[in-house]
Design a binder for this molecule. Structure first.
Ligand code: LLP
Length: 388
């Protein structure tokens, strides 16, 4: 978390930028891996959440594998030291070139999302003289009770293979020589804080894998995906996700058969709370109905509020003035470039530094250059200038 020493250095830096608390990331990883070890589970970090090399380095060192959704992510994972034997690769639209990249790397599992994809993987693997290990990403038709844009396990979502396709897909696989079915994969959504969703997922996993067992198909691997949410309302009070309840609920509800390996793909819960955006106030504008704080950071730096109506807590690092209600907005020419319509900040003026919390996941990595803005830089708490 940000301290006064950090703020003094921030004052000398060009804004906006991302700041990563690497001590918090380490602490989060220590707790996470303690549960993984306790229950003998396997974890693959969802690289899409944050792919900064320094962050990948810590996560890889902590022993996690990588969960990728493009050939470029697979290549990045390999480049950053993740063992191919710990890389899994999902995504509804794997291109031929991406499939080749993953086959060359020798990844652990292609998490396949449709019958035609499996056929293409088989044909490309055949051409390369390889056997591709595949898992079926199953769409269990579960509502994750999260924002509709980050729900992935309902029937209307584009992800996964539906149970009514099992017969045809497994028959097809039997006739393919260059793919080997090694497991089932699930990922029903993101920012899930209602733990009963994971309980329901465990029940569905059991119900669905029984179909395979009854058809004489051994399921060596069960991958439950990611999705555990973080506390966007109170990040300072709850800087680490509720791993305890999450793993307890999984351990209690998931039936694991002898020899079966259980996998997870956490993204947000690992990196979400360790990132902040540090931004300068350009103007305070007094409107008819509210006071606008206009920042130099915008939706080009953090798109989550505009895209998912996400709340990110904020703090004025340079004011102790009386708490005042503001709308906080960015400079981009879009009406949706609003971080919040109403938040209490210490009385704010031009030049103040505002921290936008919980921006470590799906923040910098979703940055864009709209309005010709440059991509934000980032700094790490381990940087010498913060440690003096
Ligand atoms: N596994 C798969 C197959 C996924 O698609 C995802 C995320 C994860 C794991 C990691 O989920 P997490 O543990 O981070 O919830 N941009 C959105 C989130 C999109 C999530 C995409 N898939 C946001 O900012 O909320």
């Amino acid at each position: 978390m940000i301290n006064e020493k950090h703020t003094e250095v921030f004052k000398t830096l060009k804004t906006p930028f991302y700041f990563y608390d690497m001590e918090l990331l380490k602490e989060t990883l220590e707790l996470y891996t303690s549960y993984i070890k306790r229950y003998n589970y396997n974890a693959h970090y969802a690289i899409k959440a944050n792919a900064q090399p320094e962050i990948l380095h810590l996560i890889q060192k902590a022993g996690l594998g990588a969960d990728c959704v493009s050939g470029m992510e697979v290549a990045l994972a390999v480049k950053n030291g993740f063992a191919p034997s710990k890389i899994v690769y999902a995504g509804v639209g794997k291109s031929d070139a991406e499939i080749k990249t993953a086959l060359k790397a020798g990844i652990y599992s292609f998490n396949c999302e449709s019958a035609p994809e499996i056929k293409v993987i088989n044909d490309i693997a055949s051409g390369m003289g390889k056997i591709a290990k595949i898992s079926l990403r199953v769409n269990p038709d579960i509502d994750a009770h999260t924002h509709k844009y980050i729900s992935t396990g309902r029937q209307e979502d584009k992800f996964g293979i539906s149970p009514w396709e099992f017969d045809a897909v497994t028959e097809m696989i039997k006739g393919l020589k260059n793919v080997k079915l090694i497991g089932l994969h699930f990922h029903v959504g993101s920012q899930i804080t209602d733990m009963s969703v994971f309980q329901l997922l465990c029940r569905m996993v059991e119900q669905l894998q029984r179909w395979f067992i009854e058809h004489g198909i051994k399921i060596e691997n069960l991958n439950l995906g990611g999705g555990l949410g973080i506390d966007y309302q109170n990040p300072v009070k709850n800087p680490i996700a509720n791993f305890k309840d999450y793993f307890e609920i999984i351990h209690k509800n998931l039936i694991v058969r002898p020899g079966q390996k259980i996998h997870f793909e956490p993204g947000r819960a690992i990196v979400g709370q360790c990132g902040e955006i540090i931004s300068r106030v350009l103007y305070v504008k007094i409107g008819q109905k509210q006071k606008f704080v206009i920042l130099d950071a915008g939706m080009n730096d953090l798109i989550r509020p505009a895209l998912y109506q996400a709340h990110h807590d904020m703090e004025n690092l340079t004011s102790t003035g009386k708490l005042t209600k503001y709308a906080v907005v960015g400079p981009v020419c879009e009406s949706s470039d609003v971080f919040t319509k109403s938040i209490l900040l210490n009385q704010t003026q031009r030049g103040d530094l505002i921290a936008i919390h919980s921006a470590g996941a799906y923040g910098q990595v979703m940055g864009m250059r709209y309005n010709q803005k440059p991509l934000a830089k980032c700094y790490y708490s381990t940087d010498k200038r913060f440690c003096k």
